[in-house]
Design a protein around this ligand. Sequence first.
Ligand code: PLP
Length: 358
Amino acid sequence: MFRPSWIEIDRAAIKHNVIEIKKRIPQALMAVVKANAYGHGAVEVAKIALENGATMLGVALLEEAIELREAGIEAPILVMEAQFPETAGVAADHDVTLSVFSADWLREARTHLSDRPLTVHVKVDTGMGRLGLRTRAELDALLEAADDRFVVEGIYTHFATADEPDSQLYYEQQERFGQLMDGLHSRFRYIHTSNSAGAIRMAGEDVPYNLVRVGIAIYGLYPSAEMASFYSFLRPAFTLKSKLMQVKRLEAGQTISYGATYTTTEDEWIGTVPVGYADGWIRKASGFEVDVNGHHCPIVGRVCMDRFMVRLPEELPVGTVVTLIGGPVAIDELATHLETINYEVVCQLTNRLPRRYV
Ligand SMILES: *Cc1c(COP(=O)(O)O)cnc(C)c1O
């Protein structure tokens, strides 16, 4: 590893978060590690989560599940994104659970299975309007089509507004799921409805659900600003750091970067930092302030593909550590600056940035 820019993942923070979540939530814990564990490293995070109380893993892609299997992880893994029926045999052979929502899918998938049965969870759409069956008739047809080549182990739904404490839709979705499930609870080993936001909200309630799917909270991040008070025990695990590559003094009237959008107004110390939009540090980050040795320093001019420039308060040595995310630079402030959410920030930083575990 040569480049002086890296993502640091604090293992102890992830462990802390998993343990503290487990203490508060009575249901079995599925650690959601899709998208390379929200940029934190799927295999590393999966191991920490499983060692500290999680019993299942959730991913989006079959490839992500196979990566975990190839790393020697044996815990149950649920693929939450839909897969085409042709993938059923590969999934069964890797002992990976798929999400299903139609009888036709099962009939087609059957022709792709070898000897091993396929474990599935039924996905129900109660208000997201994306994947899932919506009616009891569809559910009954699916259960009818599920012969002994399938193990229908679970059923689940997903809330659109669990992170908005005042949302009525959250209760409507619960109601719809309850109606659809009427009389069927004993048919499934796992019944689950909640992501990070939903899990902590229903912690004190008497609900017939026995598994939660927790992603963002494991990483120490809040599902939304409104959920911060519920989750104040979390510790963020993610920092993005780099080092000053060049430091120079520019006199007043000099322009910086493409488009010459920034002009120095006096003699200024300018530092170059080797992280750019090819790393997922997007152009919209211009104007955001990063931390250089305890100083908040604004990004001046446009972010380039591989680097950006900051205005320094004084001459600082080449090699000084720059913190782009973490410590004094809150990820939620960056998300606000970028007009997005913390989920997108950690997912968009590419694998060109090496991950270091501390
Ligand atoms: C990603 C995902 C989760 C995890 O959501 P968080 O808000 O990160 O806890 C849970 N369930 C499903 C279906 C998902 O796709």
